[in-house]
Design a protein. Structure first.
Length: 176
């Protein structure tokens, strides 16, 4: 059985990590979709699809270096036509039998398309954490403890904190 799990992973944090740890035991193979792949360099979506692929890959290695043999990480751009989105996803990723999500729109769209959907725990709370972590980065609070160690390393490697602070500065200037 192959499962599908999608998130924006801005950044990939410990909430996501817990979900992946759990659902990887329920399936033979897992597809991790990097949602809103076209977005980067904004306050909501500071990291590129490639940087997010790096975060997820390195975090998987932290769980078990063998894990990547049964995980596919696929960037997926938004299409802004919800009624066609499931077909878009299906056209871009390997075939899958079950969807893991707690995002109400994602759940709704996959259910309507006839897929089995399993709700993930904590996901909404974790989504809020993504925003919290970005805020901590901007405000100079310590954010590292909310992401896997390898993800903190990727964020530092790509200059993620400096980037999000610059973007926040620009945003404030634009508001004036
Ligand atoms: O649960 P989150 O982390 O928000 O991830 C869901 C992802 O799925 C997001 O990137 C979202 O943009 C994407 N999505 C896109 C469409 C569309 O393009 N019409 C519809 C539903 C979800």
């Amino acid at each position: 059985m192959r499962g599908f799990f999608i998130g924006r992973f801005q950044p990939y944090h410990l909430g996501h990590h817990e979900i992946v740890r759990e659902i990887i035991n329920e399936v033979d193979e897992l597809i991790i979709g990097i949602g809103s792949a076209q977005e980067s360099h904004t306050l909501e979506n500071p990291f590129t699809a490639g940087e997010r692929i790096l975060m997820v890959s390195k975090a998987l290695d932290e769980i078990d270096p063998e894990l990547r043999k049964r995980v596919y990480i696929i960037p997926l751009e938004d299409i802004y036509r919800n009624a066609l989105w499931v077909s878009h996803v299906v056209s871009m990723v390997p075939p899958f039998d079950v969807v893991f999500s707690n995002n109400p729109l994602v759940v709704r769209l996959f259910k309507e398309a006839g897929f089995e959907v399993r709700k993930t725990k904590l996901y909404n709370r974790e989504f809020l954490q993504g925003r919290e972590i970005r805020k901590m980065m901007i405000e100079g609070d310590s954010w590292e403890k909310y992401v896997p160690k390898s993800v903190a390393k990727v964020i530092k490697e790509v200059g993620g904190v400096e980037r999000i602070r610059e973007i926040a500065k620009n945003d404030r200037i634009a508001e004036r």
